[in-house]
Design a protein around this ligand. Structure first.
Ligand code: 2AM
Ligand code: CA
Length: 247
């Protein structure tokens, strides 16, 4: 596991360095809607990550947001998001990340979320705790709803945004405040670090979640998935948020 973590960290750092060399022109294509974008740098980052994984571990499987899809012969599969927070990246706003997880038959074993623009390297090994730049992490708990700082994100598809308005209306008068940062993986790691108290969002994909979910759980948080909705927080606030958002 230590070796897998070291490899995941070194690959995430290389992808982060590639992404920090921003080209003068970003070319964009759209995905699930007109405002859901992918750049040539998402593709370049995924290509680098896939090549590095395969040169070190040719029998591992890979699932990537930009199309990587290889079956595993070893029992290990890498789940990668080459840029989480592409809209931040596009606008040159800090906070985007590279998310790399390795899973086996029983779930994620190693998670790395690297956000170079905010100097954060979040890491975890299953059963081994969670860390930011080598320092151990513990989520905030217990937090009451009326003191909670909540991170969330908004979907690129209108019908889901409509549901998010209802969720927002339900909570906004009863919490400390919202933060909307742009990378789901970083938001969930911020729950792990106690930088926010809780997080929820609709429409996450496996690659947005895999690494950060392990990091948050290893920091003592509960991460639960209810259809399209993901909720992450310390146990007390998680119970309250689940009650509010799922009724
Ligand atoms: P992305 O940058 O990799 O697309 C935005 O709130 C967060 O949700 C980002 O982490 C974004 O990841 C993720 N996300 C993924 N697919 C999404 C979608 N269809 N709509 C909204 N957000 C999405
Ligand atoms: Ca992405």
């Amino acid at each position: 596991m230590d070796e897998l973590l070291e490899l995941a960290i070194s690959i995430a750092k290389r992808a982060g360095a590639l992404l920090q060399e921003r080209p003068s022109q970003l070319s964009i294509d759209t995905k699930s809607s007109d405002i859901d974008i992918v750049t040539q740098m998402d593709r370049a980052s995924e290509k680098l990550i896939v090549e590095e994984i395969l040169s070190a571990r040719p029998d591992d499987g890979i699932i990537g947001e930009e199309g990587a899809d290889r079956p595993s012969k070893s029992g290990y599969t890498w789940v990668i998001d080459p840029i989480d927070g592409t809209v931040n990246y596009f606008y040159n706003m800090p906070g985007w990340s590279v998310s790399i997880a390795v899973k086996d038959q029983s779930g994620t074993v190693v998670g790395v979320v690297y956000a170079p623009t905010i100097n954060s390297l979040f890491t975890a090994i299953r059963g081994g705790g969670a860390f930011e730049n080598g320092e151990p992490l513990k989520c905030n708990n217990p937090i009451e709803l009326n003191r909670a700082l909540i991170a969330t994100g908004f979907h690129y598809v209108e019908s889901i945004r409509s549901q998010q308005i209802a969720q927002f209306n339900k909570l906004i008068l009863n919490i400390r405040d919202y933060r909307r940062n742009g990378s789901a993986a970083v938001d969930i790691c911020h729950v792990a670090a106690g930088v926010v108290d809780g997080y929820y969002e609709m429409g996450l994909k496996e690659w947005d979640l895999a690494a950060a979910e392990l990091i948050a759980k290893e920091a003592g948080a509960i991460v639960s998935i209810h259809g399209e909705l993901t909720i992450a927080a310390g146990a007390h606030l998680h119970g309250i948020l689940s009650g509010q958002l799922l009724d």
